[in-house]
Ligand binder design. Structure first.
Ligand SMILES: [Ca+2]
Ligand SMILES: [Ca+2]
Length: 392
């Protein structure tokens, strides 16, 4: 039976839990480290790191519990993961799953040398990702409902029909982007902006259950506002922190499926050898594409792969997902532990998770990317948050 303690304030944060009777995991240490280190764990704890101490005796554990309890009076849960998900369905038919409150280590402190071992065909400059640093503790203090899948074509069409909303690409007349195999290969086979392309036509065939693309950040906000007004609930985009917390679902690995890119085949539609078929004019891409076949050259119907431990599908791949935050290169050097909201101002909004056309390196849980609010593209969609209240 795991035992978990958690305490935090602005400068103090400590969490540990017993994994097994003789195995102790220590995380998120920012307070009491000296005391614990002196008594029990010499020199192996690094602030912000995760480590395991094996074969600790019960007497030492009892002492450690008392020591920690003395300066950590608050008891809280690690994120609950498992198969018993709390799923609701909203008025558009979207299934939304309750994501519990909890803490996690956000972004990554993985060294370039470590990345180079796995992504051996990448040039070294690709591993300079300063905006993924520093890895830092974040707490999501409130549970929230999160779309179990990306917003689908079917759901988005219902929104347009019921609301009479006109998407930004149609409203401004410049259109969206689309896959065009006849396009000059130097242009990456994506044509646009072009009025023939929009949310309903990204240049490749999609089913009603595929994720909507070619939607701008502002289109996503419009959907959130309309749903909020309609249902009397608060819908919004996730913060970047909520998104990564939900993506990781308790994991600390590169992907929620593990550290190895090949593990993505079970959980995600990415740029694999199937996707490469349409980009053979770039022979060097064959090596960058995931080694294996996920079965999809373009988008896949949502939920076609295994969910993560929170019950969320396609957090990696399929389409990038808009977040509410402005992107800031250095924001996470100074961001608050509790519910970071992103910089107060900026020029671009964060998108996360990678897509059907994204190489595995850029599908990692910690990878950050961005676009302007008016960007509409064949790779970018959305997933909504509904805030939890007492009477969902
Ligand atoms: Ca694919
Ligand atoms: Ca996705």
């Amino acid at each position: 039976m795991p035992i978990r303690y958690d305490s935090s304030s602005q400068s103090n944060f400590f969490r540990y839990h017993v994994l097994k009777s003789k195995s102790l995991a220590i995380r998120d240490a920012r307070i009491g480290i000296d005391a614990v280190k002196q008594e029990l764990i010499p020199s192996r704890i690094r602030e912000g790191s995760t480590m395991k101490v094996r074969n600790i005796t019960f007497s030492k554990f009892a002492f450690l519990s008392m020591s920690i309890a003395a300066f950590c009076p608050v008891v809280a849960d690690e994120p609950k993961v498992g198969k018993e998900w709390n799923v609701i369905q909203n008025s558009l038919g979207m299934k939304m799953v309750m994501v519990p409150a909890g803490g996690f280590l956000m972004v990554s402190d993985e060294l370039p040398e470590s990345l180079a071992k796995v992504f051996s065909n990448y040039s070294a400059d690709r591993f300079v990702l300063e905006d993924e640093k520093p890895a830092h503790q974040v707490r999501i203090t409130h549970p929230f409902y999160f779309g179990q899948t990306e917003v689908t074509i079917e759901e988005f069409r219902k929104f347009l029909v019921e609301s009479k909303y006109i998407t930004e690409s149609e409203r401004d007349g410049t259109g969206g982007y689309g896959f065009d195999p006849k396009k000059d290969p130097a242009g990456d086979s994506f044509a646009g902006r072009d009025p023939q392309y929009s949310w309903s036509n990204p240049g490749f065939k999609q089913s009603d259950k595929d994720p909507v693309t070619n939607v701008t950040w502002s289109d996503a906000i419009a959907l959130c506002k309309w749903l909020s007004d309609k249902e009397g609930k608060k819908y919004r985009l996730p913060t970047e922190a909520e998104w990564e917390y939900a993506c990781r679902a308790g994991t600390t690995t590169r992907y929620s499926s593990g550290n190895e890119p090949k593990t993505l085949l079970k959980i995600a539609n990415t740029f694999d050898q199937d996707g490469y078929k349409n980009w053979k004019t770039y022979p060097e891409w064959k090596a960058f594409a995931l080694q294996g076949q996920d079965g999809y050259e373009f988008t896949s119907p949502v939920g076609s792969f295994a969910p993560n431990a929170f019950g969320l599908y396609d957090m990696h791949g399929n389409v990038w997902e808009w977040c509410s935050d402005f992107h800031g290169d250095n924001y996470y050097s100074t961001s608050p532990v509790d519910d970071p909201q992103g910089p107060e101002s900026g020029n671009v909004r964060v998108r996360r998770g990678g897509s059907w056309h994204t190489w595995p390196f850029y599908v990692r849980s910690s990878f950050r990317n961005w676009n302007t609010e008016t960007t509409r593209y064949t790779l970018v969609g959305m997933r909504l948050v509904r805030e939890a209240d007492a009477n969902p």
